[in-house]
Design a binder for this molecule. Structure first.
Ligand SMILES: [Zn+2]
Length: 513
């Protein structure tokens, strides 16, 4: 934030007790306040419902919002002058990996600095920690942000089947998974998350998923999925998640929606039609999306049959899914020196073709468990924009606290820069709704994502004209700008670009609707 921005920065003022005692109406308000309260005055309020911005004040007490509207400060109350800046609900990241390393990075700056106050973990079927351990440890050692979690299908599948997971599960194995799902739901998981393009989820049958999804239904939970294919078998993968929603009778959400194959480019309306048809038939299907044309995964996902020596598969992947000059190695344990290079660059430096490089690297990585990282450019910007604008799509980051993809620090602020300011695809209020109120509805959060009395005081104070991402592939760590303050449960965690060192984050457990 530059110097010209200073005069508009919010000013925190501690009002001397008695300063305002002259106004009797204020005394009566004060009488109702039994613990210290904060009032944010002179704000432009965008409440997360999609309603137009309105001027006003917001009073916080404890971890809640207690009043919104034309409010006067009460004696002794902490006053925050918003200086005309815009106050929104804290952003809810429905597909996040910011839980990785959260206990080493409790400030969660990558998330908080782009306005995220709540992350939803367990994504892609992968939990960093078992639900009970994660929740217990977060209660003992909270972070700056709130954390909710799905049960990672991949984790429980691997726990039950061990290394022998490359096959359909037997009935007794599915029964053991079902009991683990039941246990996780009992701890307050939101539902079941799958990652069906990854090991070990890719080997599951739809019947296995249906058994587990129906178990979730008994708890009135939900299902979220990195679907079985985002390229070759995309339409069948969409049909599968629709079927799970229909037969298990639970809300289902497609993670990080994308059309990641040349053949499907320009078909965003076809996808929206499929989803709308399912919705019209009673399937509660929604999606989340991040604003980039490139994804991050491991090389193995380009070989859905795991046939890493198949030249045809490799050539097809580089032709139709991820061109060699847009497929960049960002983590490669067998040979870290390759990190930062594209497949095209590695091929140029060797005697191999790009397809041979792809096969070689994937085989070498497989020996070490496929824990490489690669960024692939597979989407077209107009598809990303059209899917973002779908009324049932909310924004996610898919990001990490310390990651190589710029989404970890910039996904939400990039939406505000590109889709609101530059392209005018969304109004500011619509974009905020897709980051807050809509996301809360998609996750089943009853009292977050909106600015209204009784809701949790997760708030962002920002300048709509300045808010922007700065992260790039070259500098994925660059933090966003234009966000002045972030509150989590009534406590300031980010103040003019600096972490405050407060850790008011809560564990968010599923509540019965
Ligand atoms: Zn994913």
């Amino acid at each position: 934030m530059g110097g010209e921005y200073n005069h508009r920065m919010a000013i925190v003022v501690r009002v001397v007790l008695g300063f305002l005692l002259a106004a009797s109406s204020i005394v009566s308000v004060a009488a109702e306040l039994d613990t210290a309260s904060t009032i944010i005055v002179n704000a432009r309020i965008v409440d997360g419902t999609g309603a137009p911005a309105r001027k006003g004040a917001v009073r916080l007490q404890g971890d809640r919002i207690v009043a919104v509207g034309e409010l006067e400060p009460a004696p002794g109350e902490l006053i925050v002058d918003a200086g005309g800046l815009t106050l929104t609900p804290g952003f809810i990241d429905t597909h996040s990996h910011h839980d990785r390393g959260i206990f080493e990075h409790r400030d969660a700056m990558a998330a908080v600095s782009q306005g995220i106050t709540t992350i939803v973990a367990g994504q892609d079927g992968s939990m960093t920690y078992p639900i009970k351990y994660l929740f217990d440890r977060l209660q003992q050692t909270p972070a700056a942000i709130n954390v909710a979690s799905y049960i990672g299908h991949g984790n429980i599948r691997e726990f039950v089947m061990n290394a022998d997971f490359a096959r359909a599960a037997r009935p007794e194995e599915i029964e053991r998974m079902r009991r683990l799902v039941s246990e996780g739901m009992g701890y307050g998981a939101l539902g079941l998350a799958t990652g069906l393009e990854y090991d070990p989820g890719i080997y599951s049958t739809t019947d296995e998923l249906l058994v587990l999804a129906k178990e979730v239904a008994g708890f009135r939970g939900r299902y979220i999925s990195h679907i079985r294919s985002e390229d070759r078998y995309f339409w069948a993968a969409v049909d599968e998640i629709v079927r799970i929603g229909r037969e298990a009778k639970i809300p289902v959400q497609i993670s990080h929606m994308k059309l990641a194959m040349v053949d499907w480019w320009g078909q965003s309306q076809r996808l929206i039609d499929v989803l709308e048809r399912a919705r019209s038939e009673g399937v509660d299907i929604t999606g989340d999306i991040y604003p980039y044309e490139y994804w991050q995964a491991n090389l193995g996902v380009l070989f859905p049959r795991r046939d890493f020596t198949n030249r045809e598969t490799a050539e097809f992947a580089l032709k139709s899914i991820a061109p060699p000059d847009g497929l960049r190695i960002t983590g490669f344990p067998p040979e870290p020196a390759l990190e930062g290079l594209t497949i095209a660059q590695i091929a140029e430096r060797s005697s191999m073709t790009p397809a041979e490089v792809l096969m070689d690297l994937t085989q070498r990585s497989a020996v070490m468990g496929n824990n490489d990282d690669v960024i692939g450019t597979s989407m077209r910007s107009d598809d990303v924009a059209a899917l973002t604008a779908w009324p049932h799509a909310n924004i996610c980051s898919d990001g990490s606290l310390v990651g190589k993809h710029p989404r970890g620090t910039g996904a939400f602020t990039k939406v505000l820069r590109v889709y609101v300011r530059e392209q005018k695809l969304l109004s500011f209020e619509e974009a905020i709704h897709k980051m807050t109120g809509l996301s809360a509805a998609h996750m089943g959060f009853a009292d977050r994502g909106v600015i209204r009395p009784g809701a949790h005081a997760d708030l962002v104070l920002l300048d709509p004209e300045q808010v922007s991402d700065r992260s790039t592939i070259e500098h994925p760590e660059a933090l966003s700008v234009g966000i002045s303050k972030v509150w989590v449960n009534g406590v300031v965690v980010l103040d003019e670009g600096e972490a405050t060192g407060h850790y008011p984050g809560q564990v968010i457990r599923r509540v019965d609707p």
